[in-house]
Write a protein that binds this ligand. Structure first.
Ligand SMILES: *Cc1c(COP(=O)(O)O)cnc(C)c1O
Length: 249
C-alpha cells in the first residue's frame, strides 16, 4: 500500500472509530453508566495486516479476531511494532487450536466447552500465563451454532456444572459472558438476547460469588447501542469501523 492511501485508510478508520465511541458514550449516558466501562474491540478478522496496522495507527488497541492461525500471523507482525495491543479471540476455537490462543491472545471470549477449557489450561500453564476467559452463551435458541445453551433452567444447571470444573483451572480466569445473537436488521430484536445474557450473568454471579462476572461481551456493528444500554462492557465492532470485510480464503 502506498503511503498516501495508507494515511487515508488510517484517517477514515479513526473517524469511524471516534463516531462509534461517541455513540457508545451517548448510549452509556442514557443507561446511567460511564462510557469508560465499555471497551470497544475492533474486529479485524479477514482483513489484511495493512488494515490492522492502519487501525493501530488510528489509536486502536483492542483487536478482535476469529481464526487462530490468521490472527497469529498478524499478532506476530505487529507485536514488534507496538507493545500494548490487546488481542481478543472472539470466534469458535477447535481444541487443536487451543495452544495458539493460550500463547498469543489476551482475552478469550468464546469459551464454549470443558474440553476446550482443559486444553487452554494446559497450554496457558506451559506458556506461564493466566488467560482471562468469557463463557459464550447461546441465548438465541437454535439460530446460533456455538456457545453454551442458556435458554432454560435445565440449560443453566448444565452450565453451572461446567463452571464448577472451569473454576478449578488455575490458568484460566473467568471474567464474564459473551453472546452472538441471531442477526436481525432491527437492533430492537436483539435487545432481549442482551437482557437475557445479563440475567444469566446475574444468576451465575449469585451461584459463584468467588468468581468475577463483571464482563459482558455483546453487540456488533448492527446493535452495539442496544448492547451498551443493556450493560455491555465490551462491544465487538467490525464493519462499522473498517468497512466491508474481504472474503475469508
Ligand atoms: C465478525 C464478528 C463481529 C463483528 O461483526 P460486525 O458486524 O462486522 O461488526 C462481532 N462478533 C463476532 C463473534 C464476530 O464473529
Amino acid at each position: 500500500m502506498n503511503p498516501s492511501s495508507s494515511r487515508s485508510l488510517c484517517e477514515s478508520i479513526r473517524a469511524r472509530y471516534l463516531a462509534a465511541r461517541e455513540q457508545i458514550e451517548i448510549a452509556a449516558q442514557r443507561a446511567g453508566r460511564s462510557a469508560a466501562s465499555v471497551r470497544l474491540v475492533v474486529v479485524t478478522k479477514t482483513h489484511p495486516v495493512e488494515t490492522v496496522r492502519a487501525a493501530v495507527e488510528a489509536g486502536i488497541r483492542d483487536l478482535g479476531e476469529n481464526y487462530a492461525e490468521e490472527a497469529v500471523q498478524k499478532i506476530q507482525a505487529l507485536s514488534s511494532e507496538v507493545e500494548d495491543l490487546r488481542w481478543h479471540m472472539i470466534g469458535h476455537v477447535q481444541s487443536r487450536k487451543a495452544g495458539l490462543v493460550a500463547a498469543h491472545f489476551n482475552w478469550m471470549h468464546s469459551l464454549d466447552s470443558l474440553k476446550l477449557a482443559l486444553r487452554l489450561e494446559r497450554f496457558a500453564q506451559e506458556a506461564g500465563r493466566v488467560l482471562p476467559v468469557l463463557l459464550e452463551c447461546n441465548v438465541g435458541g437454535e439460530a446460533s451454532k456455538f456457545g453454551y445453551p442458556a435458554a432454560t433452567p435445565a440449560d443453566l444447571n448444565a452450565l453451572c456444572r461446567e463452571v464448577e470444573q472451569i473454576a478449578l483451572l488455575p490458568h484460566l480466569q473467568v471474567r464474564g459472558l459473551m453472546t452472538m445473537p441471531p442477526l436481525y436488521d432491527d437492533p430492537e430484536r436483539t435487545r432481549p438476547f442482551f437482557v437475557r445474557l445479563r440475567e444469566v450473568r446475574d444468576f451465575l454471579a449469585a451461584r459463584f460469588p468467588s468468581l468475577a462476572w463483571n464482563e459482558l461481551s455483546m453487540g456488533t456493528s448492527a446493535d452495539f447501542v442496544a448492547a451498551v444500554e443493556e450493560g455491555a462492557t465490551m462491544v465487538r465492532i467490525g464493519t462499522a469501523i473498517l468497512g466491508p470485510r474481504p472474503p475469508k480464503d
